[in-house]
Design a protein around this ligand. Structure first.
Ligand SMILES: O=c1ccn([C@@H]2O[C@H](COP(=O)(O)O)[C@@H](O)[C@H]2O)c(=O)[nH]1
Length: 281
């Protein structure tokens, strides 16, 4: 299977050209209502199409949250397929936020669903959960390499409950989140300009200087906007690794819809704030 150029290289270029902002497509029932849309497949389709039309030609990454599409069954998944295709056609990279994770043999099927180049839901990258053991992700790592896709592994999540698992200390003295970061650094060793195997690290987490975030791969940073973090927090949280951070904003942008100009302006404001804090001129 001849794949795309590696995800890390494509992402680095997109971040350099468009800035690193990732806008989420999260069609919450409450947002559909605020936009004057019905909580049905037609409302879902209108919502997703509007977000893609508003921002897919200007942000590096769009991140559809699969849960909000799966809620509507097969017709919701059809809308998700269409949104992925339209976003990619407009030049955005798509990170599918489906947080898949299972024993290796089943993980292989999840990987086929999102990372095989001919899959209807093929995405540039997929969020995955390593909490059945990092090694259980091997089939997804292998297929991502073959297809030129990437993964974002949940390492230090933005929610307050995450620490119960991710801060647990192993017998070697390292905590679980740090162990995931170390696995990713090994995966990305020697890759230029950037590896394809990223970590999810919440922007809400405060000072992370005790962690080695230098994984030579992207750090997807949710938590800005509705969860309380701001672009100004990024240098303090990520230190020198801020250069590889892909900050995600979902509700913080989406609440400005359904007007496409207002959505675009909101994304532009976040992008500008991020540019100022990440690479101040
Ligand atoms: O640690 C994590 C991992 C994923 N997410 C997802 O990101 C968005 C955040 O949405 P906001 O509206 O900007 O809060 C959402 O899809 C989450 O499932 C996360 O928040 N934290």
């Amino acid at each position: 299977m001849s794949g795309l150029e590696p995800f890390g290289a494509r992402l680095r270029r997109a971040m350099d050209e468009r800035g690193p902002l990732c806008v989420g497509i999260d069609p919450h029932a409450s947002l559909l209502a605020e936009w004057g849309l019905n909580d049905d497949v037609a409302g879902l389709e209108r919502f997703s199409r509007t977000v893609v039309e508003a921002v897919a030609d200007r942000v590096a990454v769009l991140k559809p949250q699969s849960a909000f599409f799966e809620r509507f069954g097969s017709r919701g998944v059809a809308v998700l397929e269409q949104s992925v295709a339209e976003a990619r056609a407009a030049g955005a990279l798509v990170v599918m936020d489906a947080k898949r994770g299972d024993i290796g043999s089943t993980m292989a099927a999840y990987a086929e669903s999102f990372l095989h180049k001919d899959a209807p839901l093929f995405s540039d990258a997929l969020t995955v959960s390593p909490y059945l053991g990092y090694g259980s992700l091997s089939p997804a790592v292998a297929l991502a390499r073959e297809s030129g896709a990437g993964l974002f592994v949940l390492a230090l999540t933005s929610n307050p409950e995450g620490g119960e698992v991710q801060h647990a200390v192993r017998s070697d003295g390292r905590n679980v989140g740090a162990t995931m970061l170390a696995h990713l650094a090994a995966e990305n060793a020697g890759e230029e300009p950037l590896g394809s195997f990223g970590a999810v690290v919440g922007a809400t987490l405060g000072d992370l200087s005790t962690y080695d975030l230098d994984i030579n791969g992207p750090l997807l940073a949710p938590g800005i906007g509705a969860q309380g973090a701001t672009p100004a927090d990024l240098p303090r949280v990520f230190g020198a690794a801020v250069r590889n951070v892909v900050p995600n904003v979902s509700r913080g942008v989406l609440r400005h819809g359904p007007d496409t100009v207002a959505l675009r302006d909101a994304a532009d404001r976040f992008a500008e704030e991020i540019r100022h804090t990440v690479a101040p001129s």
